[in-house]
Write a protein that binds this ligand. Structure first.
Ligand code: BDR
Ligand code: CA
Length: 332
C-alpha cells in the first residue's frame, strides 16, 4: 500500500540513474567498466548504454560494447544502436589513434571470438534516451563520451527532454582552444558540430569535462599506477589490460572518458568548476567544431550569439585520490 509506495519513491530518489552514450573506443570501454563496477558497489545505477558512431563505425561500437558487458558479467544490461553517422558531417573514425577496431586491435591481436556476445536492442538509441527519461523522470542523468548525435536526435524528437533529465555530463570540447582534432577543436565536438550545437542550444545546463582538464599533468596517471590498474586477473581486469596500449618511453598517460564516469559516480570528484557561457562554432574556416567559451568578456553583446546565460559548468580540476580509487576498484 501507501507505505510501500513511499518506500519505493524514497529508494528511487536516492538512486543515481545513468545512461552512458558512447562511441566505444578504448577509453570508452574503460569508462563503461568503471561505471558498471561502481554499479556493482551500488554507487550508481546504469539503466542503458547507447551507441554512436565516432571513434569507430556503429557496428564495431556495438561489438565493443557487447564485449565490455560480457567482461563485466552484465550481458543483460540493455544497449541500443544509435546514429550511424553525424547529422551533417561525414563520419571520420579515429583508426590511426585507436586502431581499426577502436580497441588498439584487440580483436585481431587476441584472436577473440565474437560468438556468444550479447545482442543490442532493436530500439534506436535516441528513442531509448527519451523512453528512459520518461521512465525515470527527473532522476535520470546522461553522460556522453562520444559525439553528441544521439542526444541531439533525442532532444529534437522530444523538446521537453531537458526538463526531464537530472544531469547532462559531456566529455568534450577544447574550452581553452587547445584542440586535438583541429588546432582549436576536440574530437567529440568536432565529429558532429551540428549535434553539439543543438545540445548546447537546447540544454540550459551542461556539465563539461573538457579535453584540457583530461590531459593536464596533474590528472595523468603514472606508470606505477598503471602497473596496478593493468595487472588484475579478473575478467574485467584482463579485458582492460588487453585493450590499453602503454607506449614505451612515456612517464605518464592520460585517459578522458573514465574520468568522466568518475564525476558521474561521485560529483565531488569535480574539485573546481567554472560556470561560463559556451557555444559551438559551425561555420569557421579554421574553427568549425570549436567550443567557444566566454572567459572574460564583460560585454555579452559583443560575443556572437551571446545570451549572458552560463550554460556550461566546466570541470577544471579533479580529485585524483578519488579517481585513482575508482579506477583500481573497477578492475577487481
Ligand atoms: C574523446 O575522443 C575519443 O577519442 C575519446 O574516447 C574521448 O571521448 C577525446 O577527444
Ligand atoms: Ca569516446
Amino acid at each position: 500500500g501507501t507505505f510501500n509506495n513511499l518506500l519505493e519513491t524514497y529508494l528511487n530518489m536516492s538512486k543515481n540513474y545513468w545512461v552512458i552514450d558512447t562511441d566505444a573506443g578504448v577509453d570508452d570501454c574503460q569508462a563503461m567498466v568503471l561505471g558498471i563496477s561502481a554499479m556493482h558497489r551500488e554507487l550508481i545505477d546504469i539503466v542503458g548504454i547507447t551507441a554512436v558512431a565516432g571513434n569507430v563505425g556503429l557496428p564495431q561500437a556495438l561489438i565493443n560494447i557487447a564485449q565490455t558487458l560480457k567482461s563485466c558479467g552484465e550481458e543483460n544490461l540493455p544497449f541500443y544502436p544509435g546514429a550511424v553517422s553525424p547529422l551533417v558531417a561525414p563520419l571520420k573514425v579515429a583508426a590511426s589513434i585507436h586502431g581499426e577496431d577502436g580497441l588498439n586491435n584487440y580483436w585481431k591481436l587476441n584472436g577473440k571470438s565474437k560468438e556468444g556476445l550479447p545482442s543490442p536492442q532493436e530500439k534506436h538509441a535516441a528513442q531509448a534516451i527519451i523512453d528512459l527519461a520518461n521512465e525515470y523522470r527527473g532522476e535520470l542523468s546522461i553522460t556522453t563520451i562520444g559525439p553528441l548525435t544521439n542526444l541531439a536526435l533525442a532532444v529534437s524528437l522530444d523538446p521537453s527532454l531537458p526538463s526531464k533529465l537530472k544531469r547532462v555530463l559531456v566529455m568534450g570540447g577544447a574550452v581553452h582552444a587547445l584542440g586535438n582534432t583541429s588546432f582549436v577543436a576536440e574530437f567529440n565536438i568536432k565529429s558532429d558540430p551540428e549535434a553539439a550545437h543543438i545540445v548546447f542550444q537546447k540544454f540550459p545546463r551542461i556539465e563539461v569535462l573538457p579535453w584540457e582538464t583530461c590531459i593536464a599533468a596533474e590528472h595523468q596517471f603514472s606508470y606505477e599506477f598503471l602497473e596496478q590498474y593493468l595487472s588484475r586477473a579478473s575478467d574485467k581486469g584482463v579485458f582492460i589490460k588487453e585493450i590499453t596500449k602503454v607506449e614505451e618511453g612515456k612517464s605518464s598517460v592520460f585517459f578522458c572518458d573514465p574520468l568522466t564516469l568518475c564525476v558521474a559516480v561521485d560529483e565531488t570528484v569535480a574539485k573546481r568548476v567554472e560556470e561560463r557561457e559556451g557555444h559551438v562554432e559551425l561555420t569557421g574556416t579554421l574553427t568549425r567544431g570549436m567550443t567557444v567559451v566566454n572567459w572574460g568578456c564583460s560585454d555579452e553583446k559583443e560575443v556572437n550569439e551571446g545570451t549572458g546565460v552560463r550554460n556550461l559548468r566546466i570541470i577544471e580540476a579533479l580529485d585524483m585520490q578519488k579517481v585513482q580509487e575508482l579506477f583500481l576498484q573497477s578492475v577487481i
